[in-house]
Design a protein around this ligand. Structure first.
Ligand SMILES: CC(C)(COP(=O)(O)OP(=O)(O)OC[C@H]1O[C@@H](n2cnc3c(N)ncnc32)[C@H](O)[C@@H]1OP(=O)(O)O)[C@@H](O)C(=O)NCCC(=O)NCCS
Length: 200
């Protein structure tokens, strides 16, 4: 058989950690979402002092987001016991992302926008006791598989602290090696302050 350049479909979707199951859920009922909120707040709470933009959703926003069928919930659980390990949200409709400007993406990706194929990664979390074991990498592999199958653009934003910590580099490397998807920075937002307090 003649050699050929691998198409993204030919490549593995990425690393998977044994014992971690990832399911794609359209709607998580409010009672279950409310039960997850304290875990979410514990994990994402540290971003409050690390990032100028508010990352932490209120309980009401969190429950609404988990019930919103326009936003996929990729939920990681232990294969053996079904225990919750982590979760990532991936919106399939930019209208479901209040801080994203749909026009910005429509202008850059008109073909994908016309077929509703621009997704937006919201938050991702792994429980503290399960971090560093490939739970997020496994969720990302599952999302990558869907993104390749549905031929979409996936967009996201990230705070400087997580970029400096290497998270964005880990993500873009995994997307490139597992699916041949090249990431590009689309925009930046800077935060300033002027000091009128007269103090030192
Ligand atoms: C970010 C987070 C989801 C990663 O989850 P995880 O399951 O521990 O990650 P994994 O073990 O699957 O690691 C996957 C890759 O990302 C890297 N990585 C994971 N967490 C990282 C972090 N906080 N900073 C930098 N790199 C990180 C790992 O080194 C690994 O890369 P490698 O394969 O090159 O070694 C988890 O640390 C978390 O919940 N953090 C707090 C919430 C947060 O900041 N979320 C992101 C913004 S919404």
């Amino acid at each position: 058989m003649a050699d050929r350049t691998p198409h993204p479909h030919d490549l593995a979707a990425g690393p998977r950690t044994d014992g971690v199951r990832v399911s794609r859920e359209l709607e998580i009922p409010p009672e279950r979402a409310a039960g997850l909120y304290p875990l979410y707040r514990e994990v994402l709470g540290s971003l409050g002092s690390a990032a100028a933009a508010r990352h932490l959703l209120t309980e009401e926003e969190f429950v609404d987001e988990l019930a919103d069928p326009r936003i996929d919930k990729w939920v990681a659980t232990g294969e053996a016991d079904g225990d919750f390990l982590g979760m990532s949200t991936l919106a399939r409709d930019l209208q479901a992302v209040p801080w994203a400007s749909p026009d910005f993406y429509i202008e850059r990706y008109p073909e994908q926008a016309a077929r509703g194929a621009i997704w937006y990664l919201g938050f991702t979390m792994t429980l503290p006791g399960a971090q560093g074991a490939g739970v997020f990498a496994t969720m990302l592999s599952a999302m990558t598989e869907a993104a390749v199958a549905e031929q979409v653009i996936v967009a996201w934003d990230m705070c400087s602290a997580n970029i400096a910590g290497g998270l964005n580099g880990a993500i873009t490397t995994q997307l490139a090696t597992s699916a041949g998807a090249i990431s590009a920075q689309l925009d930046t937002q800077s935060y300033f302050s002027a000091d009128f307090s007269g103090g030192s």
